[in-house]
Every structure is written in structure tokens, then in C-alpha cells.
Design a protein around this ligand. Structure first.
Ligand SMILES: Cc1ncc(COP(=O)(O)O)c(C=O)c1O
Length: 443
């Protein structure tokens, strides 16, 4: 197959879709150009599109499928629940079961509350921090993606030049974001301890929380350093500022999530993706006194009322329990060790071809980056224009040769992934880099 192919059924469906959907879809993050690929069916690590092309899926719906597609225990649990109740204005035991499973795995999860997306989880995590502390501002790391809540989007589009000295500007991502939103979000420069501490000190009296992602995708899955995290956490404690981990992606790093891997306990976390077994999900989890903002107790209403027609819906709850229940610490270790093997072998591809590139990530997550700048500070991590252009060329080559890694060359393995799949990816990557060697970005 050749991507793009204007005669494909996918291209035709896209033309039709554009008549009723802006840009032909409902999801900016999958809006592949010149057209997105339309899927017919999927199973395990493989996806088949409407033109009959097969792809090895190294994206797993942006990391949300821990077991690949149509994992049997999830399918069976959902089928059974479909004949019982799908959505109701009552609660179900299924919600308690998933809550017990997750709270049983992570020390900082004393209480948990479900919603329907990672974006909602982040929004409610930030709102909970405000409700608990009575302070209006939140701090986040410059350039990081945390979903579509407008406060969480601040500074997402920043480039290295969007700074005043060492201080990142709080910039709008979506046109129309009110100035007042920008004023309430403090953007911190990743791994730059002194300027970050100075910013937190300056806003401490009005700062509700510092939001941290342990493996941010917009940074090519490069983690904040342990010293940076510790410095922020120490200062936050001194000023009663909450540490809020966005574990929407990083929760797949281990049995106890990213926080279990690094042995650090946040006050509150946001979750999504894998905990729903492939169905729409989000959750906020944390210290019971913080999570009490959702509990009216004897008051007429909670400090943070939180409705949601589909929150804790039984389909997602049983799917999440089946997917997460199929993982124990050993299975996470096995998946992560396959991830380690994959990263090493992909790195070896760059070395063999003598091209400056790097493969970053951790656990079952990996990112291919077509430069060898050290991934520590924002200006080094942000891709340059020619690197983005080459990544697109490479991505199209991978698609044309049956590899799906999503739009941004960030991928993950699932329990359906095998060493043979890794062989295939390494082979196609080698050929693709070699074929387009002349266009490879200069260091
Ligand atoms: C770190 C992080 N937070 C939040 C979100 C938003 O999650 P959702 O797409 O489920 O709204 C994402 C999505 O990729 C994410 O990567």
C-alpha cells in the first residue's frame, strides 16, 4: 500500500466526512494529513483498514490499550454487562470493584472518583486542588499536553523563544482563551530548578497545585529529573501547595503507575486511558482529605460538585476491571522488559545507519526522535521544523509499510506485542531511514 493514496477508500471517506464534520473527524490528535485512515477491524496488535491494509499497531489508541485490540477478557466482561445494564442513574457494584482494584495498588489512592476522559480527570484534579486549598492558581510544566481543559492547555504551544529571561510565558493554545485563564496558570521550565523554585515561591500564596507528568509525550517521553521533582515537592510541602500527578499516560509504567516506579506520593492524581480497558474513562484519585472536596458530608452540597451522566458507567467499569485485573507486577515487568528491548533495538538502528537519532521513553512507551540533542531542557527537546518535516516523511513511510505509530512517532507496546513485531518494526525503520537518508535533518 502507498500512503497517501487519493484513490483509497479512506481518502473517499474523508471527503464524505468533511461534509458533516469539521476536518472530517472529532479528534485533533488523529487528524492525519492529507487524510486519516479509516479502520474496518482490529484484533490483538493488528489493525485492518477499509482498504484491506494491515498495520501493526504500536500506538494502541494513544497508549490506552494495554492488551491491544479486542482483548478477550474485556470483550467477555463487556458482552455480559451489555445484557445487564449499560448506563443508568443508579450506581453499580462494578464501580466499587474497579475503585477497590486501583486503590489497592497505589498508596496515594485513598479515594478515587471516575469520569469519562483524561481531560475531565485533569480538569477535576485542578478544580479539586483549588477547592481544597482555596487558592486560584495552578502551575504546570511549559509545553506539556494535559488534555483540553483550557487551564491545562496554557503554554502548550510554547516555543523556546516564548520566555522572558528564564521564565516561560503563559500563552494560549486555543484562540479565544481568556486572558484571565493565562493569569492563573504558571508555566515552569522543566528540569531548571532555580527558575522553577523562584516562580513557585513568587506565586506560593495563591498556588493550589503543581501539575507534573512523569513521562510527557510532547517532550518525547523525557521525564523530569528526580532532583527536579524532589525540589518542587519539598517547596510545595513548605507552602501547602498540592503535588498533582497527571498519570493519564504514565500510569502504564507499572503496577503502581509512574508514581510507584519512582517511589513518590503525590497528593492527587489524574488517570485515564488504560484503566478503562479501551472504553472512555478518566479518574481522580488521592489523599482522602483532598478527595473529600467531592463529598458533601453533612453540607447541602460538596465543595466541588461533580456530575457526569456517564461517570462510573458499568461498561467502562467492567472493561477496566478486566484489563487491569489481567495485569500483576510480573506481567508489567514482562511488558516493560519487552519495551526495554524495543528501545535498545531501535536505538541500534540509528547507530547502524550512523544517523544521529534517539529512542526515548520507559516501560512500554517509546518515542523516536530524529536528533541527538540531550533531552533535558525544553529548548533541546522541542523539535525543529526540519525535524518535524522528516518525522512526517518517516511516519508516512512506516504507514505505507504496515506500521502504525500515531501522528507523532510516539508508541507503546501491549501484551499482544511480540518479539516478531519488534523485528518487523526495526526492519521497516531501517529501510525507511536509509531510503530517506538525504532528507535526514542536520544536527
Ligand atoms: C498526559 C495526558 N493528560 C491528559 C490527557 C487527556 O486525556 P483524554 O484524551 O482522555 O482526554 C492526555 C491525552 O493524551 C495525556 O497524554
Amino acid at each position: 500500500m502507498e500512503y497517501p493514496n487519493p484513490d483509497s477508500k479512506s481518502a473517499q471517506l474523508y471527503s464524505r466526512a468533511r461534509q458533516v464534520l469539521p476536518d472530517g473527524n472529532s479528534r485533533t490528535t488523529i487528524a492525519l494529513k492529507p487524510y486519516p485512515i479509516y479502520i474496518d477491524r482490529a484484533a490483538g496488535a493488528e489493525v485492518i483498514d477499509v482498504d484491506g491494509n494491515r498495520y501493526l499497531d504500536f500506538n494502541n489508541n494513544y497508549t490506552s490499550l494495554l492488551h491491544g485490540h479486542c482483548f478477550e477478557p474485556v470483550r467477555l466482561a463487556v458482552q455480559q454487562q451489555l445484557t445487564r445494564a449499560t448506563a443508568c442513574s443508579f450506581t453499580t457494584e462494578a464501580e466499587i470493584e474497579l475503585a477497590e482494584l486501583l486503590c489497592g495498588r497505589v498508596d496515594s489512592f485513598e479515594r478515587i472518583r471516575f469520569c469519562n476522559s483524561g481531560s475531565e480527570a485533569v480538569m477535576n484534579m485542578l478544580k479539586a486542588a483549588r477547592a481544597f486549598t482555596g487558592r486560584p492558581k495552578v502551575a504546570k510544566i511549559e509545553g506539556l499536553y494535559h488534555g483540553s481543559y483550557d487551564f491545562a492547555e496554557v503554554s502548550l504551544k510554547n516555543r523556546p523563544e516564548d520566555r522572558d529571561g528564564a521564565v516561560p510565558r503563559s500563552t494560549a493554545y486555543s484562540v479565544g482563551t481568556p486572558e484571565s485563564v493565562l493569569n492563573e496558570v504558571i508555566a515552569l521550565p522543566i528540569n531548571e530548578i532555580e527558575p522553577s523554585l523562584e516562580l513557585v515561591e513568587r506565586h506560593a500564596a495563591s498556588l493550589a497545585c503543581i501539575m507534573i507528568d512523569l513521562m510527557p509525550q510532547t517532550m518525547g517521553l523525557v521525564s523530569p529529573s528526580p532532583e527536579y521533582l524532589q525540589a518542587l515537592a519539598d517547596l510545595a510541602r513548605r507552602h501547602d501547595i498540592l503535588i498533582a500527578f497527571d498519570e493519564v499516560i504514565s500510569f502504564r509504567l507499572g503496577y503502581g503507575g509512574g508514581q510507584g516506579m519512582i517511589g513518590m506520593q503525590p497528593d492527587i492524581s489524574s488517570l485515564g486511558k488504560i484503566i478503562g480497558g479501551g472504553f472512555p474513562v478518566g479518574a481522580i484519585a488521592g489523599r482522602s482529605d483532598v478527595m473529600a472536596v467531592f463529598d458533601p458530608g453533612k453540607q447541602p452540597s460538596a465543595r466541588l460538585p461533580h456530575g457526569g451522566t456517564f461517570n462510573g458507567n458499568p461498561i467502562t467499569m467492567v472493561a477496566g476491571k478486566a484489563a487491569m485485573g489481567a495485569m500483576d507486577p510480573e506481567r508489567f515487568d514482562a511488558l516493560n522488559s519487552l519495551g526495554g528491548q524495543l528501545r535498545e533495538r531501535l536505538q541500534a538502528v540509528f547507530e547502524k545507519l550512523r544517523l544521529p537519532g534517539q529512542v526515548t521513553g520507559g516501560g512500554s512507551l517509546f518515542a523516536i526522535r530524529c536528533h541527538d540533542r540531550p533531552g533535558r531542557h525544553f529548548p533541546d527537546i522541542v523539535m525543529r521544523e526540519e525535524e518535524m518535516a522528516f518525522s512526517t516523511t518517516l511516519r508516512d513511510y512506516l504507514i505505507s509499510h504496515g506500521i502504525w505509530m500515531g501522528a507523532n512517532l510516539i508508541g507503546c507496546l501491549s501484551t499482544a506485542s511480540t518479539e516478531a513485531h519488534i523485528d518487523t518494526l526495526c526492519g521497516v525503520l531501517t529501510d525507511g531511514l536509509d531510503r530517506h537518508r538525504d532528507a535526514y535533518p542536520a544536527s
